[in-house]
Design a protein around this ligand. Structure first.
Ligand SMILES: [Zn+2]
Length: 404
């Protein structure tokens, strides 16, 4: 069995006030075998010295789209309508590699956006060792109410066969069927869109009725699949909470009362702060570091309310519209908007692990799976060092770095 003794300058993991110095981590096979003072571990493992670096648990992004690439290069409609599933899959393979190289060892990928069930196949290819990528939790096509997603039919001639970015469903029967169909094709979670900008004047309005949402959640529950809900509109968020979803994505217009209900019902929040910056840059004339757009202010406000009401906040960036490998920007945003570096690291490790119900990931502790990242400097003090990755290990395998 391959064994590594990682010797960073410090080890950070959730549950400690400060990173521990002079501590080494022994990895045997795919598990963490010991975390102790460096000189207390007697072993013939291969020693990997990481002077100056902080060892942290593998990072997680719980809101990604591996089958999308930045909208400033190709508009979303064009990706969905003009790129074949094969081309999009090839891109996704590269995106998966870029993600893992950046220290993100797990993604919850929330919909292929018109690329069918290809995410389930990509996951299989990664798990079989054909290509390299993070651990994947996949949702396949995602579910939308009929006519409430995109490409929007009103923008095209009505006799076009307009391939949609998600599976359409209306009424209890179709909602139940869509959940069963997606689970059968490999969905680990069910992703639904509870609202979209299809109001009479393009405003964001609830799309599914409460009964439809309940049918989706109930069917997913029976199949052991948790539910992630895209929801920005406050009324749609309330319906999702009542229906019993597991996570709410975006939540930009959520009120204090709504976030309070989320905390009471233990529904986690993925704030997707970075995507609002990216969209603002592409379409609203925003320059990075400049004054926020109203959309960015809304996202910041939702993040603040969720924190004040004690909602569990994981790391979910909505990467895809901005480049894969840059999910770390979400941690920088969380710190910019009030979290300590430690809280942001917890969001992307232990809190996210809890949201996806994994008690073998997200910590550097004996017995946990060996998903580990070494970053330059003390990232628990300076979050921007999160972009400076020196070593990545997934499941006990060194992906990047590791020179002895
Ligand atoms: Zn998304």
């Amino acid at each position: 069995m391959t064994a590594f003794l990682l010797k960073p300058s410090r080890v950070w993991t959730s549950g400690f006030d400060a990173p521990r110095e002079g501590v080494a981590v022994l990895v045997r096979g795919n598990k963490i075998a010991a975390v102790d003072r460096a000189n207390a571990i007697k072993d013939d493992a291969r020693v990997v010295d990481l002077p100056g670096a902080t060892l942290i648990p593998g990072l997680m992004d719980l809101h990604s789209h591996l089958f999308l690439h930045p909208y400033n290069l190709t508009a979303w409609d064009d990706q969905v309508l003009k790129e074949s599933e094969a081309l999009r899959t090839v891109r996704a393979v590269r995106h998966a590699k870029d993600t893992l190289d950046a220290g993100f060892t797990l993604l919850r990928d929330l919909g292929t956006e018109g690329a069918g069930f290809a995410d389930a196949s990509l996951k299989r290819a990664i798990d079989s060792g054909i290509v390299r990528g993070p651990r994947l939790i996949v949702t396949t096509r995602a579910i939308v109410a009929t006519g409430s997603y995109a490409p929007q039919r009103k923008n095209y001639r009505p006799d076009c066969c307009l391939h949609q970015g998600a599976e359409e469903a209306s009424g209890i029967d179709e909602c139940v069927r869509a959940v069963r169909h997606q689970a059968a094709h490999g969905a680990d979670w069910i992703k639904l869109y509870a609202d979209y900008r299809v109001g009479a004047n393009g405003e964001t309005v609830p799309t599914f009725s409460l009964d439809e949402l309940k049918a989706i959640v109930g069917t997913a529950r029976d199949l052991g699949r948790p539910v992630a809900a895209h929801s920005m509109n406050d009324e749609a968020m309330r319906r999702c909470i009542e229906a019993g979803v597991d996570t709410i994505e975006h939540g930009y217009s959520g009120t204090r009362e709504t976030f309070k209900r989320m905390a009471e019902k233990n529904i986690a929040f993925l704030p997707t702060l970075t995507v609002t910056e990216a969209i603002s840059e592409y379409f609203l004339g925003h320059t990075r570091g400049g004054p926020p757009t109203s959309r960015m202010e809304e996202a910041a406000n939702a993040f603040r309310l969720a924190r004040e009401e004690g909602v569990a906040i994981g790391c979910g960036s909505d990467v895809g519209p901005f480049p894969h490998g840059e999910s770390y920007r979400e941690l920088e945003w969380m710190v910019k908007l009030g979290m300590s570096p430690r809280e942001a690291l917890e969001a992307a490790t232990s809190v996210s692990a809890k949201i996806i119900r994994r008690d073998d990931l997200g910590h550097i502790r004996e017995g946990y799976l060996a998903d580990l990242v070494a970053v330059e400097g003390d990232t628990s003090r300076n979050i921007s060092t999160i972009a400076k990755v020196r070593l990545v290990m997934k499941d006990g395998v060194v992906i990047r770095g590791g020179e002895t």
